[in-house]
Design a protein around this ligand. Structure first.
Ligand SMILES: [Cu+2]
Length: 192
């Protein structure tokens, strides 16, 4: 079942990407089901723990209209992502992420590999942790300012506040090359 869905999603993603030059414009598809949340609207925090290569939780439960603070900890030694989207969105994002890895913009252990050995690679000095939109090194990395996704370096914790506006069939997933395929994906379940 999942295989069939994935193949269909991959075909859709290919169609969606065809004709665009890379890097593609930021994917606004999340607006179908949510938006950037405001801190004052947060009623609940969900802790997400990421390892190499899995999530501690396979399922999160939310309500339409709810604003949630996700506290995302990377307890692994590799770079990981927490991204909320449809299966098709994840497929497309995986293609983009693969290109970033191939270009050297990201590495298996660092989201800002281009920055080299500057202060951003020192533990405890990750300026990205001050807010996922706060610091990027330009170019396609800007993509990760999307309110529905956060990339977390090994050993770091980052927060993401997201408002679910509408129920949808969603997954949370890590789109670092190979991770989704190895099972780094879980379900977002809407309750009433
Ligand atoms: Cu991962």
């Amino acid at each position: 079942m999942r295989l069939v869905t994935s193949v269909a999603a991959a075909a859709l993603a290919l169609l969606a990407v065809a004709g665009q030059t890379w890097p593609a414009a930021a994917d606004q598809s999340y607006q179908e089901f949510g938006t950037l949340g405001r801190a004052q609207d947060v009623k609940r925090t969900i802790d997400i723990v990421m390892r190499d290569n899995s999530y501690q939780t396979q399922r999160i439960q939310v309500r339409a209209g709810e604003t949630i603070r996700f506290r995302v900890r990377n307890a692994g030694e590799l770079l990981h992502e927490f991204n909320i989207g449809t299966a098709a969105m994840h497929q497309q994002h995986q293609r983009e992420m693969r290109a970033m890895f191939e270009s050297g913009m990201m590495s298996a252990t660092r989201k800002d590999a281009m920055a080299g050995m500057d202060h951003s690679s020192m533990p405890g000095m990750n300026h990205g942790a001050m807010g996922h939109g706060g610091m990027n090194h330009g170019g396609a990395a800007m993509r990760h300012d999307d309110p529905n996704a956060v990339l977390v370096n090994p050993g770091q914790t980052e927060e993401m506040i997201f408002k679910f506006t509408k129920a949808a069939e969603l997954e949370f997933a890590c789109n670092v090359p190979g991770h989704y395929e190895s099972g780094m994906v879980g379900n977002v379940v809407f309750s009433r």
